[in-house]
Design a protein around this ligand. Structure first.
Ligand SMILES: [Ca+2]
Ligand SMILES: [Ca+2]
Length: 176
């Protein structure tokens, strides 16, 4: 790479193959190509120099940032650590738009990752008007997809818990 020339911008010339993620996954750069435009008019593939966060993705990472390592330019006395005046830093950033969606886990009304008798009981109590569920809870509780929370949903969740069924009617509706 030409020393002394400065990156003007980073351009994503090829998007990574995977753009859709669930929270908790880690960014996969496969297929990604990023080209740097230099102030001297040249351009070059700099994909291999980029850095990014390997932390699990969250719902906020829809603009995923890829950074070029800090570039220091302009003449400066680099032996004099006491004065950084006159040195400019630039950290070119390319942004990959990611789609991060949380999969609906039908039947898991209390969102503990398991489908068991606790969820079935919540559905039953909701049906009896003893418990009010929020919008998300109502969505995952309606496992037969009829828009209502009834004893049918309770039965389905309970049967799922007993391993009598492996999926819910609402999931078949979503797939078709
Ligand atoms: Ca649960
Ligand atoms: Ca229902």
């Amino acid at each position: 790479m030409a020393v002394g020339s400065t990156i003007e911008s980073l351009e994503i010339t090829q998007m990574p193959a995977k753009l859709e993620y669930q929270p908790g996954e880690v960014f996969d750069f496969t297929g990604l190509k990023v080209t740097a435009q230099f102030t001297n008019g040249t351009s070059r593939d700099v994909t291999q120099y980029l850095t990014w966060s390997n932390d699990p993705l969250t719902a906020d990472d829809t603009d995923f940032q890829l950074r070029y390592p800090i570039v220091m330019y302009q003449n400066a006395d680099q032996n004099d650590g006491s004065s950084l005046a006159g040195i400019e830093y630039a950290q070119p950033v390319a942004v990959v738009p990611l789609q991060i969606t949380e999969n609906v886990k039908y039947g898991d009304v209390n969102s503990d990752g398991k489908i068991n008798v606790k969820d079935a009981n919540m559905i039953y109590r909701c049906y009896l008007n003893k418990l009010s569920l929020n919008e998300n809870q109502r969505q995952v509780a309606d496992v037969n997809g009829d828009g209502k929370i009834t004893v049918k949903d309770f039965n389905l969740v309970y049967r799922f818990y007993l391993n009598k069924i492996t999926h819910f009617p609402v999931e078949e509706l979503a797939e078709s």
